[in-house]
Structure formats: structure tokens, C-alpha cells
Design a protein around this ligand. Structure first.
Ligand code: ADP
Ligand code: MG
Length: 321
């Protein structure tokens, strides 16, 4: 690809995901600083390793409030607000269910219904207590757990973008395992072509691409992490009402927005709403654009960014015309 020929790519595996940084100039030092920054940020939010602030909050469930740093408090506060939106399938208190299913972490069995029911009782986001003055978070019942797995990467992608800008770097992109944040397109190009993956396809197989610059592109797909049992597929985005993986006509949702945090929040929200309700919902959020990939091999566009179909088996439906 001609655009890529003038770019320098740096990669690493962090947060269990492949991370790709593209820069217009060769700058090993900057790339190293970016990867260090990502690792540092991850340490604030992970719930899979001891020592993070979030782990401390979860470990103190039913016992006492825990003071966290300003960015962690702000992200938890935002996550709580979104979790309490009417009809929201996003729930930041879903930790107990995520841990039980272990999807993507050698989980390969369906928990018994009564267990899921019991765990659901521990996932009410309204019960998580935030104290603005003290900057503390309190989970009032033992077993409650915050999980920011759906939004941490988006938050970090925005931190990386701001960091690159601060360092005078305005052309490039960062891909945090599916959370993309783009800066300016390479010289001579008007936009980055960001691939929309073919669900369950070979790695790198695309349905199409969307052209963007200085925007985030986040995709959440049922094909990203799942296991199969008795001919059924169980993927990693759970319905906070039922405790089972969300089940509707969608295979994936791609959200295009300025902030990758919004992209992350909205992929989960829209995924839960399904296409029809999402299109209505998005009318209130003109700054959020989306592409829906459905089981009926449709690509439903709710975006002004140019989309190019690369796989003729799919049918494009433009909801904006
Ligand atoms: P990834 O980009 O890692 O594939 P997503 O951004 O789609 O993941 O988020 C999925 C993760 O979010 C799950 O692994 C889990 O930690 C968490 N999660 C699952 N269901 C929900 C939900 N309904 N609300 C909020 N977070 C969820
Ligand atoms: Mg997400």
C-alpha cells in the first residue's frame, strides 16, 4: 500500500492485545515512550492482575471505600453514568458475571442458571457509591466487582493521542487491539482507510473500509472472543439483564467518534440496542457515527465517513440517505 510505504510501524503485545503504532517519522524513542505510557495506564485499570487501583476497590467490596487517583475516579464516574442510562446494556458493575464466564480466558462452560441469577444480584450499578469529595469508590456488598474492560482501551487510546500531540506528533495512528485512534493522515493522503473485519473470517479479511482522520474507530464484535458448545456460540459481551451473552441480529458494531472512550461506550450500548433502536438512539448523538454488521450479511451505515465495500457478498444499506 503506497500510504504505508512512508510510515513506520511499531508493535507490542500489551493488555493481552496486539498494539500497533504508526508514525510518519522513524522515532524509536517516541514509540518506546508510548508503549511505556500504555503499560502504566493499564496498571491503573486492569482487573486481571493484583496491584491496580481498580483491584483495590474490588478487593474492598463489602468492607470500606477506597481512594483512587483523579483519572480513575473520573472514568469510574463516567462508567456509572452510562450504566444508569435508560435501556443501557452497558454495566460497569458486571464484574462478577464476567469473572464467572471467563470468556476468552479458557472459559468453556455455561454456568448454571441459578449461579448466574445469584451473581446478577451483585451487579446493580446504582449501588456503587462514589464520593466526589474524598475521591473514593465503595462497593457495599462482598462479591461486587467493577469491570472497565469494555472501556479501558478507549480511554487509553485517547491518552496516547493527547500524548503524541504534546510531543509534536500529529500524523499517525494507534491501534489498541481493535480500538483505533487516528491522527492526521499520511502526507498526500486525505484519510486513513480503516478496515471493518469480516466476522469469523481469516485474520485480515475485511468486509470493507472506512476513511477517517483525527477520529477514533472502535469495533466490538461477537467474533472477537467466544467459545462454542453444542453448536452454540457464547461471546464476551454480556446482557446485564439476563447474565447471558447478548443475542440479537448483530455480529459487530463499529463506532466512529472523536474520542475513543465514547467509541468504546457506544459500541457496547449500540450492540445491546440492535440496529433499529440504535438508529433512533443515535439521533440524539450527532457526534457519534456507526456501522452495523448483521447476521443477514448486511452492512448498515449510520456514518458520513466514506465506506468502501471490499467483499461483494455483503449488502450495504445506507441509513443516512
Ligand atoms: P474487546 O475490545 O476487548 O473485545 P469490548 O470493548 O467489546 O472488548 O468489551 C468487552 C469486555 O467488556 C468484556 O470482556 C468484559 O470485560 C466487559 N463487558 C462484558 N459485558 C459488558 C457489559 N454489558 N457492560 C460493560 N462491560 C461489559
Ligand atoms: Mg469496547
Amino acid at each position: 500500500m503506497p500510504a504505508d510505504a512512508r510510515l513506520y510501524a511499531y508493535s507490542a503485545v500489551l493488555m493481552g492485545s496486539p498494539i500497533l503504532l504508526k508514525l510518519a517519522e522513524h522515532d524509536e524513542k517516541l514509540a518506546g515512550d508510548v508503549f511505556r505510557l500504555i503499560r502504566q495506564q493499564e496498571n491503573l485499570f486492569t482487573v486481571n492482575r493484583a496491584g491496580s487501583q481498580l483491584m483495590a476497590v474490588n478487593a474492598a467490596a463489602g468492607s470500606h471505600p477506597v481512594a483512587v487517583s483523579a483519572p480513575v475516579f473520573a472514568l469510574i464516574k463516567r462508567a456509572r453514568e452510562v450504566s444508569l442510562l435508560a435501556g443501557s446494556c452497558f454495566n460497569f458493575a458486571i464484574g462478577p458475571l464476567v469473572k464467572r464466564w471467563k470468556i476468552g480466558f479458557q472459559g468453556d462452560s455455561v454456568p448454571p442458571a441459578h449461579e448466574l441469577q445469584a451473581l446478577l444480584a451483585l451487579t446493580d450499578p446504582a449501588r456503587v457509591q462514589l464520593d466526589e469529595q474524598q475521591q473514593t469508590v465503595f462497593l457495599p456488598q462482598p462479591g461486587m466487582e467493577i469491570d472497565l474492560g469494555a472501556i479501558a482501551k478507549g480511554y487509553i487510546a485517547d491518552v496516547v493521542r493527547d500524548f503524541l500531540h504534546q510531543r509534536g506528533c500529529f500524523c499517525g495512528l494507534i491501534n489498541l487491539g481493535g480500538n483505533l485512534q487516528t491522527l492526521d493522515a499520511p502526507a498526500g493522503e486525505t484519510a486513513w482507510a480503516i478496515g471493518v473485519q469480516l466476522p469469523f473470517g481469516e485474520p485480515g479479511a475485511l468486509i470493507g473500509s472506512v476513511a477517517v482522520s483525527n477520529k477514533s474507530v472502535v469495533t466490538s464484535g461477537v467474533y472477537e472472543r467466544y467459545f462454542e458448545l453444542n453448536g452454540r456460540r457464547y461471546h464476551h459481551i454480556l446482557n446485564p439483564q439476563t447474565g447471558y451473552p447478548l443475542d440479537n441480529e448483530l455480529l459487530g458494531v463499529t463506532v466512529i467518534s472523536d474520542r475513543s472512550l465514547d467509541g468504546d461506550i457506544f459500541t457496547t450500548l449500540l450492540y445491546g440496542l440492535g440496529v433499529e433502536q440504535s438508529l433512533v438512539f443515535l439521533k440524539d448523538y450527532p457526534q457519534i457515527e456507526a456501522i452495523f454488521v448483521t447476521r443477514e450479511q448486511q452492512v448498515v451505515l449510520a456514518t458520513q465517513q466514506p465506506f468502501r465495500l471490499l467483499d461483494e457478498r455483503w449488502r450495504v444499506i445506507d441509513s443516512t440517505v
